[in-house]
Ligand binder design. Structure first.
Ligand code: UDP
Length: 329
């Protein structure tokens, strides 16, 4: 039987690469696409030898052409860390807006079902906790995170419009903080930041007083949730995340324990508009998808730490592997 064909954008990124693995495992023909601004080919290097994997080096903000039929499109291309939004704000806006529009056009043209990677950032700095899908959010459009938050909100609106107006089969996953192997070591997010600092023998930088909360989901759980949502018939947004909420200070203490280092926590300024609390209400995922996270933080962190430890020592000391300055067009 002919294989089903899936296009995964952001294929060389953290989540995109895990999605490629998952669809290869399900015996799909996987077409990966990435402009490699924040992605890294090392994440998918192991797939290039497969006859059912191909890769296009392309920026989805520009017209997207893929020959042949397509059954599914997963749009996972986007910078996804607050430091990246500061460095590449225009690209962040374009991939969520223009990129989504191009891919919805492709989905319509091919009769493909499309899932977009939305985010808990659509809730901004939430005034309700946990956040159910019905909460509309509290977003500052002109703050530093606005480029990401508003692109993602526009992306959801555009996706619903293609669904209702053009009848495209669409799915919207709102992803909460996720961690695991292949996170970029120097993207500024809290987990790679803390582990990198511990491995370099530096103190761990807690922003603000560390009382802000996050709820961290292990990547395998997230991928399973995304897969189930894509295969479901539910077109409204669904939160996927782990509701186990923790303060950033406690999280830092856990990382110190995990790494067995004697580092201290040091306090730094809180970034502008940093959400004070975040925890997914996953009632919908439970009821509609029969999904809930299975990997607890202790186990997930052990696997993730082993991954970071296995990276070449130099990687620890590179500030970042990319110079973003030419991309802001
Ligand atoms: N954070 C921190 N130290 C760091 C990096 C991040 O205390 O070195 C905090 C950050 O202020 C935020 C939380 O950790 O409150 C999660 O940050 P991250 O950038 O991972 O993702 P966010 O959930 O804010 O998008």
């Amino acid at each position: 039987m002919e294989r089903k064909r899936v296009l995964i954008t952001g294929a060389a990124g953290f989540l995109g690469s895990h999605l490629c693995d998952r669809f290869i495992k399900e015996d799909y023909h996987v077409i990966g696409m990435d402009n490699l601004i924040t992605g890294d080919l090392q994440n998918i290097e192991h797939l290039f030898k497969l006859e059912n994997f191909e890769f296009y080096h392309h920026d989805v903000s520009k017209f997207v052409y893929v020959p042949g039929k397509l059954d599914y499109i997963l749009h996972f291309a986007s910078p996804a860390s607050p430091i990246d939004y500061l460095k590449i704000p225009i690209q962040t806006l374009k991939v969520g807006s223009l990129g989504t529009h191009n891919l919805l056009g492709l989905a319509r043209n091919k009769g493909a079902r499309m899932i977009i990677a939305s985010t808990s950032e659509v809730y901004g700095d939430p005034s309700v906790n946990p956040q159910p899908e019905e909460y509309w959010g509290n977003v500052n459009p002109v703050g530093p995170r606005g480029v990401y938050d508003e692109a993602k909100r526009f992306q959801e609106a555009m996706t619903m419009a293609y669904h209702t107006f053009h009848g495209v089969e669409t799915r919207i996953v709102r992803i909460f903080n996720t961690y695991g192997p292949r996170m970029r070591l120097n993207d500024g997010r809290v987990l790679p930041a803390f582990i990198g600092q511990a491995l370099r023998g530096e103190d761990l930088t807690v922003f603000g007083d560390g009382s802000q909360t996050r709820s961290f989901c292990y990547v395998d759980d997230l991928i399973e949730g995304i897969y189930r949502l894509l295969m479901s018939d539910y077109a409204l947004p669904v939160n996927i995340g782990n509701p186990d909420e923790i303060t950033i200070k406690q999280f830092g203490e856990e990382i110190i324990k995990l790494t067995g280092t004697n580092q201290k926590l040091v306090l730094r300024d809180l970034p502008v508009d940093d959400p004070k609390q975040r925890r997914p209400d996953i009632t919908k995922a439970r009821e509609i998808l029969g999904w809930e996270p299975k990997v607890n933080r202790a186990d997930g962190l052990k696997i993730t730490y082993a991954y970071f430890k296995s990276l070449p020592k130099e990687a620890l000391f590179n500030k970042d592997h990319k110079d973003f300055t030419t991309y802001n067009r």
